[in-house]
Design a protein around this ligand. Sequence first.
Ligand SMILES: [Zn+2]
Ligand SMILES: [Zn+2]
Length: 286
Amino acid sequence: MLIGAHVSVKGGLLTAFDRARELGAEAVQVNPTPPQTWRHLHLEPELVIQFRERMSATGLNAFFFHAVYLINLGTPRPELLVNSEGSLRHYLELANQLGVRGVVFHPGSHLGQGFDAVLGQIGQALRRALEGAPGESLLLIENSAGAGANIGSTLPQIRRMMEAVDSPRVGLCLDTAHAFTSGWQLTTEEGLSAALAELESEIGWDRLWAVHANDSKAAFGSNRDRHENIGEGEIGSEAFRRMLAHPQLRRAPWILEVPGEARQGPDRANVERLRQLGGLPALGPP
Ligand SMILES: [Zn+2]
Ligand SMILES: [Zn+2]
């Protein structure tokens, strides 16, 4: 199984490979552009070649992009919907060029209109983004913590979005912290079994492409999104040990988005912790 981390690309996309190596990460997620902006990225052909070379030399092909945070597919504002769709299409194009596996995104909020009212526009926008960027890269819906009118905090909602897109290129990225605060009782054996049975029946294991491995500073069912280091939050080490023992969850790369010991982002200590809880060999000193 692969344990990885979200890393910065300060200094360029290629720096992600160096940062991943320092952390001992075997899977990577990055924001290729600043996630608070709509900025597009132009890839020089030379960079595409270098990126693909690094990917094959390091074996880091479980590589993901995280979409910008401005995206809202549930918006009533046509301009924001167009920008959201365009940004996802752009990221898919980049991912296709670079051999990046998928683009993880937050669907957004229906802002009180209700999920049913915006489902059609979400399906249409996602389908158009995929059709506008033909290739192999996937669009991965990340489950949300369910604050306010946020979309995608339940598996039936995610299934219905997938049905509305109707493409094998749409899948799920399961964030453990968001799942916990949106009401998945991950801390008990029964709670975990029930959640995973629902995941299997609503989504199917073949659609689970990545796990965001985060403990939660926010309480169970609080609908709040506050990540914590593995074993230091409300989910706790035992729950991670149980999740990491699940064969279908182990098939997906696990990507840390935790604050880290130094509060500078995912670190080697958290990678080691997950490896230990998952029964994987220790990395040892860098
Ligand atoms: Zn996310
Ligand atoms: Zn996440």
